[in-house]
Design a protein around this ligand. Structure first.
Ligand code: FAE
Length: 541
């Protein structure tokens, strides 16, 4: 039976027998039969509230946990530090355009910090009002980590590239996980839940907005690199209509980095919509968790309520039987590192904060010849990559440069096999968590990306762009979009994400993955969450 077919019948993949055997006191018969009148805990969460399951963060891991728990009859409250992103601004749009960042675009910054900071050598950043905007450019000493902030987490800002890694690469990353189960059950379930589909290649070949990608293909193939199409969560039918001019333009107008107003199937439209429809999930936006401590067999969770300028307007303590850390690799690692070091959760093991990596991200641009234009109109949704992982350690996404003008530039985000791993530590003097990553640790990534682009440049007689990341700077080596690790599976947790030292505390997000997924990470984060929550529901509830 397909995953889709099973979804309508309740919790997929758990047989009725396993489900009933694993059912504890929380789930009554009414919940099992679906006849209970669900009583969702209210939002915003009131001080003193008690919930059976509390989820910190509303990205991929958190959304999977919330949906599956709710389908199993458990009431869930989700706490999200970012905004709800469900209300249009004065321009009638919820999200700002990539080309015209405004107050909505950055998390509590007074100046934008655009990943591509320069063009023709001129800086692009501009002043913006301080606001709880959608994209956080979080600075550590050696790296800036970009993350989505709001209900939907990274799905609000990402490129939607939904890539299942080839099997051998998965086993190299998470050797303790049964590969057959992942590829037979959990990757298909994640892909179905996320609404992953493939672009129609005949259409792709015919439209102006993918000219940049066709140039990327031509150059890859002329240098004998495998060029692979990758799946996405964008609604391709919507994009067809954008191109035809019958609906408001979204990806074709460059919307992405600061949110997409129409065609992208974010978690708000998939997992979270389903979770809310159960009637058992409530979400409190602008609620930031600062502490989780054991309290009389439960957990006391301290939450700061924020206004849109980032001021704390209330501090609340609520309690939960079980707490899921789904604040993303950075958010979860920061919380756990602090809570262990400050003796709030002293029983966490010494693996907390370790194994963090940047998925080997490095960016670069190439300057094409005048007879090789990449197009003034570029769909913001990437569709393909150059796969030189096995030979050179790099998978390069052919990325858009949706400036709205012809640039003759090809732009790439490479995911590389960078072996460097950093650690989070508590800095008691500064009262913050530090990350030990150093900018120089990107050199292996640059070398691996060069295994592709030096060859293409030599073949095409082209050069690297030097104007996109500063003045005469070729490599975007100061950032990552793909933070992973910090509470690694089967090290900081057991093999299903249960934190060592505390029963009822779980990690269920990108923090579980040790630094690299060989491809874009969110499908793997989702599939692993599907695997872990199934086991946790069967055994712990
Ligand atoms: P994530 O989605 O980051 O969700 C964590 C949530 O927790 C966020 O909403 C936070 O605001 C919230 N949070 C954090 N701390 C707290 C706290 N203390 N209290 C309450 N809430 C908190 O985590 N991946 C792909 O596979 N394909 C792509 O095309 C792609 N493109 C990307 C483009 C950009 C610009 C960026 C930034 C990322 C991209 N990614 C892409 C990465 C992907 O979005 C990321 O791996 C996942 O979102 C991580 O999922 P998690 O569930 O770990």
């Amino acid at each position: 039976m397909s995953d889709n077919a099973m979804c309508g019948k309740g919790f997929p993949g758990v047989s009725r027998r396993t489900f009933i055997t694993g059912t504890g006191s929380i789930l009554g018969f009414a919940a099992l039969t679906g006849h209970a009148s669900a009583a969702p805990p209210p939002a915003p969460i009131p001080p003193g509230a008690h919930v059976p399951a509390l989820v910190i963060g509303t990205g991929y891991g958190g959304s999977v946990a919330a949906l599956r728990l709710a389908q199993a009859g458990v009431d869930v409250h989700m706490l999200e530090m970012g905004m709800a992103w469900d209300t249009p601004g004065s321009d009638g749009k919820i999200f700002a355009n990539t080309r015209t960042p405004d107050y909505r675009s950055y998390w509590l910054r007074t100046k934008t910090k655009q990943p591509l900071s320069n063009f023709l050598g001129f800086p692009l950043d501009k002043d913006v009002p301080k606001y709880t905007g959608i994209l956080d450019a979080e600075d550590f000493s050696g790296i800036t980590v970009y993350q989505g902030r709001g209900v939907g987490g990274g799905s609000l800002v990402n490129g939607g590239m939904a890539v299942t890694p080839p099997r051998p690469r998965f086993s190299a990353i998470l050797p303790s996980v049964n590969v057959d189960e992942m590829y037979n059950t959990y990757y298909p379930r994640a892909n179905a839940g996320l609404g992953v589909t493939n672009v129609d290649q005949a259409w792709w070949n015919s439209v102006d907005c993918y000219q940049y990608a066709r140039v990327g293909r031509k150059h890859a193939e002329r240098s004998n690199f495998p060029f692979v199409f990758v799946s996405n969560v964008y609604d391709w039918e919507y994009m067809r209509q954008e191109v035809a001019g019958t609906v408001p333009k979204s990806a074709v107008d460059g919307e992405l980095l600061y949110g997409n107003n129409h065609g992208k199937k974010t978690l708000q439209k998939t997992y979270l919509a389903q979770a809310k429809a159960t009637g058992r999930v409530a979400i409190s936006p602008l609620h930031r968790v600062t502490s989780v401590a054991p309290a009389n067999g439960r957990y006391a969770v301290v939450v700061e309520q924020l206004d849109t300028s980032g001021n704390v307007t209330a501090t609340k303590t609520v309690t939960a039987d079980k707490v899921f850390f789904a604040a993303g690799s950075i958010g979860t690692s920061k919380l756990l590192t602090k809570l262990k070091a400050t003796n709030v959760l002293p029983g966490l093991n010494s693996e907390i904060g370790k194994g963090w990596g940047d998925n080997g991200n490095v960016m670069c641009g190439r300057a094409n010849h005048l007879w090789d234009p990449t197009g003034a109109v570029q769909a913001s949704i990437p569709t393909a990559g150059i796969d030189n992982w096995d030979a050179g350690g790099a998978f390069a996404e052919v990325a858009p440069l949706p400036t709205g003008i012809e640039t003759w530039a090809s732009f790439y985000l490479s995911i590389t096999k960078n072996p460097n791993r950093a650690q989070f530590t508590w800095n008691s003097t500064a009262n913050r968590v530090d990350l030990s990553w150093q900018t120089a640790w990107k050199q292996p990534s640059i070398d691996m990306a060069k295994s592709i682009f030096d060859k293409i440049n030599a073949k095409e007689g082209t050069i690297y762009r030097t104007d996109l990341f500063g003045v005469y700077k070729i490599w975007g080596d100061h950032l990552t979009y793909h933070p992973l690790g910090g509470a690694v599976l089967n090290k900081a947790t057991d093999n299903y994400g249960r934190l060592h030292g505390y029963s009822g505390l779980y990690v269920i997000d990108g923090a579980l993955i040790p630094g690299n997924t060989a491809v874009n990470p969110f499908v793997t984060i989702t599939a692993l969450a599907e695997r872990n929550i199934e086991r946790i529901i069967a055994a712990d509830f």
